[in-house]
Design a protein around this ligand. Structure first.
Ligand code: AIR
Length: 444
């Protein structure tokens, strides 16, 4: 393990506490944008051509070819755009709906240069796109969200530093590089706590809940880490938050230099969706409800925090901010994802503008669309690979249900834990739980 500077102390650490050089750079970049005025926001965009309008008929580059890229390409086609995907395989989910797919590594300079040459603007569908690839593209074509946003979102430590320095509440945390750090984290944060790899973990991967001194000893002995050295990769310890529910807010933001009737001032355009309430199963999103069953004041604060986060990051594009609502009704940011989000899939049928069309509008400098619900309520149920264990599920029975919308991602292999599709239900909020139950019966 390479020696590292002292870990940062906590979400509430005063500025000036020791942090890693990388985290310090990111935090400095972000802190210079804390609570920006509209004027700051307009001038914080380093590339003055950032907001250049890219109209219908243009070609959009998509980094990543999964279901999020696929649903983006469908929305883009509706508005007369063409999409070129850079994905890992020629039959990735986005490939069948894109104009062209460049199949290969997201770090291949030849493919990146070809994408840049073919596209008018480039966006992405997962946040772990190598930053160097985005920087290479950005030398010749606008990429939104920018490399700087990805750098923050790819590292849980930098993410938490950046958000807390923007005055936003995050789960109390401590960076962990060695045994002494874990012991200090246990002292400061208490048990249980969650150890997470700072990079590359998702859907519960690279995460360990430590509930007792015995569990900590077992983890330190490497029992549950799949690694002989549990500190091989940088980690973050997070306090365990007893929460009543998890909610998410998806917000689009763009900065335009030209005047437009939808501008909110100094060129910043912002559009925020209603709050979504999320239920997980095995650390993976299972069901989303909208509107969330939280009081209006909590919803208002979540929206305000999402707006502050998007501006502090200098985001152009779409971002999802996930929150815990703790037992006292306080909000804490759990994580962020600067791309369309699984919890926003219901916007396709339930809102004036889907999250995918909104991403397109934001990165193309078009007016942002209304995020209003067009239905009383909606729910989204994920369809995971395990549903295929006895062959293809009975889609005809699902398609026979009213106000029920089936989406399948055309993935070639159904594996347990893999998102294969989703179903959106719209209608009376009181009836949604029973309708979800009916769907589960059909699919079981
Ligand atoms: N995705 C990205 N971050 C989180 C999620 N769920 C989507 C993207 C990505 C796809 O999941 O669309 O391309 C990868 O899915 P899979 O099943 O191939 O691992």
């Amino acid at each position: 393990m390479s020696p590292r500077p002292d870990p940062t102390t906590s979400a509430v650490a005063p500025a000036g506490d020791p942090i890693s050089a990388q985290a310090a750079q990111a935090a400095d970049r972000a802190s210079s944008r804390n609570h920006p005025s509209p004027l700051d926001i307009a001038t914080s965009v380093s590339d003055p051509s950032a907001s250049r309008r890219v109209g219908p008929g243009s070609v959009i580059g998509m980094l990543g070819g999964g279901q999020l890229g696929r649903m983006f390409a469908i929305a883009a086609a509706q508005l007369g755009y063409r999409v070129v995907v850079l994905g890992d395989s020629p039959d990735c989910p986005a490939a069948t709906v894109a104009e062209a797919t460049l199949a290969g590594s997201l770090t291949d300079p030849r493919l990146l240069d070809e994408l840049a040459a073919r596209c008018d603007v480039v966006t992405l569908e997962f946040e772990n796109i190598p930053v160097a690839s985005v920087e290479r593209l950005a030398g010749s074509v606008n990429v939104f969200p920018a490399a700087e946003v990805l750098r923050v979102a790819q590292d849980r430590g930098i993410e938490k530093q950046t958000l807390s320095r923007a005055g936003l509440p995050v789960t109390p945390f401590q960076l962990v590089h060695d045994r002494a750090d874990v012991e200090q984290a246990v002292q400061r944060l208490g048990l249980p706590l969650v150890l997470k790899t700072t990079r590359d973990g998702y859907d519960g991967k690279g995460q360990w809940k430590i509930g007792s001194a015995e569990e900590l000893s077992a983890w330190l002995a490497g029992g549950d880490t799949a690694a002989s050295d549990p500190f091989e990769r940088p980690l973050i310890a997070e306090a365990w938050v007893e929460h009543q529910c998890e909610v998410s807010v998806i917000i689009a933001r763009s900065v335009v230099t030209g005047g437009d009737p939808t501008d909110t001032g100094a060129g910043q355009r912002v559009a925020c969706y209603p709050v979504f309430e999320n239920r997980h199963r095995n650390h993976i999103l299972d069901v989303t409800f909208c509107p969330a069953a939280i009081d209006p004041e909590t919803a208002r604060r979540a929206t305000e925090m999402a707006t502050t986060a998007a501006a502090a990051l200098g985001l152009i594009g779409l971002i999802c901010i996930e929150f815990f609502v703790d037992s006292r009704g306080e909000l804490m940011i759990n994580e962020i994802a600067p791309r369309p989000h699984n919890s926003g899939h219901l916007t396709i049928e339930a809102c004036q503008t889907s999250q995918f069309e909104q991403q397109l509008r934001a990165v193309c400098g078009l007016p942002l669309g209304s995020t209003e619900l067009t239905v009383p309520a909606a729910a989204m149920v994920n369809l995971m690979g395990e549903l295929w264990s006895d062959g293809e599920p009975d889609w005809d029975a699902i398609l026979a249900l009213p106000a029920t919308h089936l989406h399948l991602y055309d993935k070639r292999a159904a594996k347990p834990g893999r998102k294969m599709g989703h179903i959106t239900l719209t209608g009376d909020p009181a009836e949604l739980p029973a309708r979800i139950e009916r769907i589960r019966q059909i699919l079981s």
